[in-house]
Design a protein around this ligand. Sequence first.
Ligand code: 5GP
Ligand code: ZN
Length: 115
Amino acid sequence: MAEDCIFCKIANHEIPSNFVYEDDQVVAFKDLNPVAPVHVLIVPKDHKLNLSQYSQEDEQLLGHILYAAAHIARELGLEENGYRVVTNAGPDAGQSVMHTHFHLLGGRKLSFDKQ
Ligand code: 5GP
Ligand code: ZN
């Protein structure tokens, strides 16, 4: 756990959040400022800055995060209409919380900024 990391504190249940899923490796909770009707953050419990800090040893965890995303999407009824999973790594992507997290977005048509 990293000092003064908001997502470490949430994952450690030190700050109450709207959890939708938890297992031994990840937690998932509702985003504070949702940009879609469903906006869930999937957060590995182990603190790392972003995707850039993982190595081949973390393949299982990285696969597990996507598995959890698909599981949560199914549980929340997103499968039929679809959903998006995205992670922001670094300044050009607009990463604002410095603990790895994957956004699960759904419940409306989603545009995509490819620029
Ligand atoms: P980023 O911009 O780093 O990809 O995404 C950070 C996300 O975390 C944003 O969508 C923001 O609304 C969300 N967020 C920031 N602080 C908190 C918090 O304390 N609780 C929750 N539930 N979401 C947060
Ligand atoms: Zn952290």
